[in-house]
Design a protein around this ligand. Structure first.
Ligand code: ARG
Length: 274
């Protein structure tokens, strides 16, 4: 079996100190269901510690009161080749997160670009090898895909999401290997339009096809370092498929953050400095 190689990562996370479900902008959110912030914090700390144990670097952005979704750091920006493309949120409830994350990057000395088009960062924009896969349909506008292509000079492949439960690309597709020499993904076909399913099948014939069970656990909201993969404990089929291909799935329970419609990947923004 192929020996999988993990590469050191730099992540940005935001502790769920003000986490709550106070509005509903995706089908997972229900304001009548109580959230347990202490549990959310404990689960988030486990995820954070997992990355540190694996030798990755994790920066922390201070959480802001009044922004209960700020824990979903993946939505805060897209960082490719050291360039920061700011997020511009679909819903006003999250609007202030874009500038907050952009300011954090600017304060760290990054060159940042203010997006003119609506996009929700790495929630919808995933780097796989040399290309960017970009979701649209619920949150990110297709015009942002073009803006991103202009900014990065990379090929941006648009994918249309059709199931409201899988409203961000990172809820329907996981990057398992981002190395340009061996790009690999897992995805849940029914979350995509027929045309996007055909495109994915053609481009990634060896992709892991996730099951309805995996998808319902938000199992595709996974984080891989090339060898070790954080997955939701309920994504049992995905974990088995990963193991069969030589990856090491590590279940980390983020059930409390699922009440907001997010999992491990949503809480993790990758800072690609090169
Ligand atoms: N409540 C948040 C929203 O609906 C969840 C975001 C999840 N993040 C992600 N990267 N999928 O916007």
């Amino acid at each position: 079996m192929t020996d999988r190689v993990s590469t050191p990562r730099r992540f940005l996370m935001c502790a769920p100190e003000f986490y709550d479900v106070t509005y509903e902008i995706n089908p997972w959110m229900d304001v009548t269901v109580e959230t347990d912030r202490d549990l959310a914090l404990r689960q988030w700390h486990t995820l954070h510690q997992t990355y540190l144990d694996w030798g990755h670097t994790v920066d922390l952005i201070p959480p802001l009161p009044g922004l209960p979704d700020m824990v979903y750091a993946a939505n805060g920006a897209t960082v490719v080749d050291g360039l920061v493309y700011s997020a511009r949120f679909r819903y006003p409830e999250r609007g202030a997160e874009g500038p907050a994350y952009q300011k954090w990057f600017a304060d760290q000395g990054f060159v940042t670009h203010t997006a003119s088009e609506i996009n929700e960062g790495e929630g919808d924009i995933l780097t796989v090898g040399d290309v960017l896969l970009a979701g649209t349909g619920f949150r990110t506008d297709r015009s942002a895909h073009a803006e991103l292509a202009d900014l990065t000079g990379r090929q941006v492949i648009s994918l249309e999401l059709v199931d409201p439960s899988y409203y961000h690309l990172d809820t329907a597709l996981a990057v398992i290997d981002s190395d340009p020499a061996s790009p690999a993904i897992a995805y849940y076909p029914p979350a995509f339009s027929a045309a996007s399913q055909a495109l994915l099948a053609e481009r990634y014939p060896d992709a892991i096809i996730a099951t309805a069970t995996d998808a319902a656990a938000l199992g595709l909201n996974a984080v891989s370092d090339g060898r070790r993969v954080v997955v939701a404990p309920g994504a049992v089929d995905l974990a088995a498929a990963l193991r069969a291909r030589g990856y090491e799935p590590h279940p980390v329970d983020t059930s409390e953050l699922l009440k907001g419609g997010g999992g491990a990947k949503c809480c993790t923004l990758e800072i690609r400095e090169r």
